[in-house]
Design a protein around this ligand. Sequence first.
Ligand code: FE2
Length: 294
Amino acid sequence: MAQAARSIPTTSSLAFDRSIDRSMRGTRTSDGAGVKLTRVVGTPLLRRLDPFLMLDEFRSDEPEDYLAGFPDHPHRGFETITYMIAGRFRHRDNRGNEGILAAGGAQWMTAGRGIVHSEMPEQEEGLVHGFQLWLNLPRKDKMCEPSYRDLQSEDIPRVTLPGGSVVRVLGGAVGDVTGPISGRATEPIYLDVELAPGGSAELAVPSGHEGFVYPFHGDVVVGPPGRERALARGELGVLTSGDGVRLRAKDAAARALVVAGKPLGEPIVQYGPFVMTTPEEVEQAVRDFQAGRF
Ligand code: FE2
């Protein structure tokens, strides 16, 4: 269902007082069958940001960087959210699901007790640009039934803020506009914020959530007056506590992800694509995968 951009009122009692606690750049690496990417969360500089386990940005117009794709591989115990800015990927899983992830769309995959899938580029040339975020599941939900949703660009509501900035709401809410990724204990917020030159956005991020801002086009200035901090493209800023965040573009347009979630505060034992709470659960995951029980 197509959704027109909506405007929301300016009145708010929030302070939007979060600023940047620390910032870091990602690390160039490769994953899958040799896809070159930048790992931004999940490196020694930022191992995790509970409830987030990993953030990868893949961005290349060199086919040799992405053609190998991510052939069949398993996951257990968490969720992945893949968001495409440009390019196309086809995904298939061992439960018979298949779909195309195209520019502006997202895939929300809940691995639960286990899934085996592939994620392969559906193009042989041109730009591929997107993100994959790993969101942890609480211990009680780690063995849930796997599920996934394909979200086309038109399934993701857009909100026009006062001043003309546009926010695509994948998860969480902006005003009374709620994104399709919802109904999780971690109450994830996943926003793509597009700022016009000189434009700004004030976004609610509930206190208690951990979160970050990641500019992927241009630079953004983050924080309340007096505590502003500029983030350059490709520089992730971890948010301090507060009830919301203010983003501002300088004299050039900018675009950034704003991602936040309620920390689980549970132990994390990870072995590659298996993320559980005890070593025994991870060993069980490896045995179940090897025995074809996913
Ligand atoms: Fe995967």
